[in-house]
Design a protein around this ligand. Structure first.
Ligand code: DCP
Length: 230
């Protein structure tokens, strides 16, 4: 429609004015991504996007996140298809500030979570094949800009403790082994660089520390992050 065209043109013009930076915050479940985003949301010139987890818990009255934890083999594809859609939607939405910070990315959805379901034998081959074809099509045909990945590096034990404290209903049954598997996938992707293509430079921030120390580290790294450098 002409309306869509109009908004698309506006986006092109806006992007043409000045390079906008996109920074993805990555890390294990309960690694502190939300706290990091909250901290930077107080900075002017930064637009913060948290993970669309509320959508994953309620799509037209259904809870694919809860279903996935109850029966991953049956519902893994359902959740991850929806995660992929919501992530793509976020990546493509119009940036309204010089710097965008977002929680996770379409890349970690595939390289960490889909991969984990598949490798642990909880996703049927055909589901993995269909999701992989969708993902490959998307990244081949749609430009998804990412300038910097900030990796909040934790030990799985600390995440496990934080998870217990937070008590999100769906996450009650997450075992330590799950967090260890997600951790290893993150390490191989972003540190060892032995698994999948890394779409941007990586800035590693040790994230086992308590909140005051984390805030100090965010302040120390602020310049780098705002310039999109590792
Ligand atoms: N999840 C998933 N598949 C994905 C992405 C996330 O199954 N592709 C799950 C893992 C968590 C829930 O969704 O149970 C929320 O994701 P996060 O752990 O990233 O969000 P948190 O709020 O835990 O992050 P943090 O505690 O670091 O702020």
């Amino acid at each position: 429609s002409s309306r869509t065209q109009h908004s698309y043109r506006r986006k092109l013009v806006r992007n043409g004015e000045k390079k906008q930076l996109v920074i993805c915050i990555e890390g294990n479940i309960a690694s502190g991504k939300t706290t990091c985003l909250e901290h930077f949301s107080k900075t002017s010139d930064i637009e913060v996007m948290t993970e669309p987890v509320s959508k994953w818990r309620n799509v037209q009255g259904h809870n694919p996140l809860g279903l996935m934890y109850q029966d991953p083999s049956r519902w893994g594809l359902t959740l991850q298809t929806y995660v992929q859609l919501t992530m793509l939607d976020r990546h493509l939405s119009t940036i309204t500030a010089p710097v965008r910070m977002m929680e996770r990315s379409i890349y970690s959805a595939k390289y960490i979570f889909v991969e984990n379901l598949y490798r642990s034998g909880k996703m049927p081959d055909v589901d993995f094949a269909v999701l992989s074809e969708w993902f490959e099509w998307i990244i081949r045909n749609i430009h998804i800009p990412v300038d910097l990945i900030v990796y909040l590096q934790t030990t799985p034990q600390i995440c496990y403790e934080r998870l217990k404290e937070r008590c999100r209903e769906e996450e009650k049954m997450i075992p330590m082994e799950y967090l260890e598997a997600v951790h290893q996938l993150y390490e191989d992707w972003l540190i060892n660089k032995t698994s999948f293509k890394v779409p941007a430079p990586v800035l590693v921030i040790p994230a086992d520390h308590d909140l005051p120390k984390m805030i100090r580290q965010y302040e120390e790294n602020k310049e780098k992050i705002l310039l999109g450098r590792n």
